[in-house]
Design a binder for this molecule. Sequence first.
Ligand SMILES: [Zn+2]
Length: 397
Amino acid sequence: MIGFELLILKSLRMSRRESRLCQHSILLKSYTLMSYIWFYDSWINKVQVKRRVNFMSFENLVGNQRIKRLLGYFVKQDNIPSAMLFTGDEGIGKKSFAIEFARMLFCQSRIGVNACLQCSSCKRINSPEISNDRETFKRVIFSGHSDLGFVLPYNKNILVEAIRDLEEEANMKPFEAQMRIFIIDDADKMNVSAANALLKILEEPPHTSCLILISSRPNTILPTILSRCYVLNFEPIPTEEMANFLVFHRKLPYQTAKILSECSRGSLGLAMTSDLQQLVNERETAFEVIKCIISDDMNRLLQISEEMTEQLEDFLKILEDLVRDMWLIKLEFSNEIVNKDMKERLERVVESIDESTASLWINYIENLRETMQLNLNKRVSLDALFIKMRITLAYGN
Ligand SMILES: [Zn+2]
């Protein structure tokens, strides 16, 4: 049924575009759409489909209470900004907030600021499932709801064609909700042409559309785009809050949930998808890297470099957390460290390095994490990082 519904909505969207000037045709199609929605709702009510709901209400989103209140306030006041930027570290729930915001806005039986999770709108709002075909990414990709569209990067680039399609879609009136929402994920991954095309939309914002840009690297977005967005900065989720969330949603024992929360450093995305044992293994390998750099065991370092190439981004984050913890211990801020269960082991290795070396190591790792976006040779980059860390330790900066 859902597939059938999607087909109808998509075909309507296409044909409406082609016959925009034909008022009669539009009226006819609106009537058909309304009839369909009525039919769909009654069908849902009649058969009382008890599907497992795998999304949560806006109220149950974890962390960032201030932003939650603010978005709820926008909806209550019926005053939605035409463009928002959700920014903050990766995996802390920016996209989930955007999707749940859309659900709250589109719900047909909203209770306060909470979506009912039962109406046909609520049930059709989700992240789209897509094939990795370039053509797909040249257009706005719609979820099950015809007023919620996504612009997603293809091979780490948002295609200019997708932004041009966005301009057309954003200027259309909503099909079934009061407004249309478009989520631009990884909005920093736009080249100059795509960014300029987006700027053109933001300069004359459509009245019935809201664009939500999502980015963990807002400093790479054009200032002229940033200045036209209502910016919401997401904070990492506090460990305790995330641990409780994991106990409830992943059914983990509290101690396991706590370690996982600490290792995930405020990233719910990582905590929800990580395998604790794998995370612990990767952390052990990262710790071994530090010991090998101190003991000048280059053979083992190059071997680890080869082993870690596949999961390099996760591995670098774990390594950075460990080095940052060492730096904090050096500064006598032990209470602030992330890997609390490794405190004693970290204190032992910290004796071999000074504060400025730890600080430089953090910079090197951060720089590599940034440049990972550029499709560099991962193996060579990781070898170079280890060598640079060793040279800094042995000879200073
Ligand atoms: Zn609803």
